[in-house]
Design a protein around this ligand. Structure first.
Ligand code: MRU
Length: 338
């Protein structure tokens, strides 16, 4: 399964707002379309946003090559792309990497295109490596709980948390995956359940508020989730509801892991307090499937992410191996060897 295709002339994005009811691809030939696609979550998931932004930079360079001031045009395009969503650091990581290239090479389109393709390919390779390391943590007959969608749809392919699950499933270790539905936008129900079912990986869908009861019944052996931004001490932002799961897992003595590539780490932040948390519109909470479910005029709080303190992590699954506590300076050392 894949969500991002590049065919030299255009970027095609699988419209994730329509899944699982409809598989429709959105062609983008203008970087501004990609800005809108990220903002409206046609493409979502931290690494996928980074990959889409890299290709959008190539589209911008194509347009900017015909303007009198290429660098000024590209700086404006970068700013627009950077304003699309604030939390996933992969967006800024990919824009920085592409900026170093267009500043050094100018409008060398074939070279810029190869760089964006390298970002895409490397993400897929990192996910496969995480899968191999993470699968070693999964016991035989495991019942695994996951939240949101950290799969092929959220990345350059294969997935981070779902990459671990895919690799463990290939080894015959997975008895059941429990997918939290992930209110308000239902990435777990619409995307994770869809993705796992398509790959014939056993999946059971639960509402977010059922996770505690499932753990209390002894039906969860480990939890693995994705990550949108990790600070230097291991505190990390992921989809809203992740923090509650981490607390529940600790209470029930269940191992709790996050899986992330090095492009998701922000060593400029000493801890999770500095991570910008996106707040989205009230209608996502006060209505469901286009129908109002809350009374008109009642205020809504709709943070898209929460920050889980590093103390609740059993380990961090990366493309270079698994980090276990105490993380301390080890995390910065680990991730700064690029
Ligand atoms: O709002 P979304 O759907 O972009 O949020 C996605 C998540 O929170 C994922 O868990 C995270 O990006 C990791 S994806 C490999």
């Amino acid at each position: 399964m894949e969500a991002i295709r590049w065919n030299h002339d255009a970027l095609s994005l699988l419209d994730q707002t329509r899944l699982p009811l409809e598989e429709r691809w959105l062609p983008c030939t203008d970087y501004r379309q990609v800005v809108r696609a990220i903002r409206t979550m046609v493409v979502r998931g931290a690494p996928a946003i980074g990959v889409a932004a890299a290709y959008a930079t190539v589209l911008a360079a194509r347009e900017g090559a015909g303007t009198p001031d290429f660098a000024a045009f590209m700086a404006r395009a970068r700013e627009e792309l950077a304003s699309s969503r604030p939390t996933a650091v992969n967006l800024f990581w990919a824009l920085d990497r592409m900026e170093a290239c267009w500043r050094a090479w100018g409008p060398d389109l074939p070279r810029l295109e190869r760089e964006a393709q390298a970002i895409h390919r490397e993400d897929l390779e990192m996910n496969r490596a995480m899968g191999r390391f993470g699968a070693e943590l999964v016991p035989q007959g495991a019942r695994i709980l996951t939240h949101c969608n950290a799969g092929a749809l959220a990345t350059g392919g294969y997935g981070t948390a779902l990459g671990v699950i895919r690799a463990a499933h290939a080894q015959g270790k997975v008895a059941m995956v429990y997918a939290d539905e992930t209110r308000p936008l239902l990435q777990g129900a619409r995307l994770t359940a869809y993705e796992l079912a398509a790959d014939h990986i056993p999946v059971t869908l639960i509402c977010d508020d059922m996770a505690g009861a499932l753990m209390a019944r002894g039906q969860v052996d480990l939890v693995v989730v994705g990550c949108d931004r990790m600070a230097a001490n291991g505190d990390f932002a992921n989809k809203i509801g992740t923090y509650s799961l981490a607390v529940l897992a600790r209470h029930h003595h269940i191992p709790f892991y996050t899986a992330l590539p090095s492009s998701t780490v922000d060593l400029s932040l000493p801890d999770g307090r500095g991570i910008p948390v996106e707040e989205r519109g009230p209608e996502e909470v006060s209505s469901f499937a286009g129908r109002r479910t809350g009374p008109a005029g009642v205020p809504v709080w709709n943070p898209s992410f929460d920050v889980t303190p590093h103390q609740l992590l059993t380990g961090i699954i990366t493309e270079r191996g698994v980090l276990t506590p105490p993380f301390g300076r080890g995390l910065a050392r680990w991730f700064s060897q690029r």
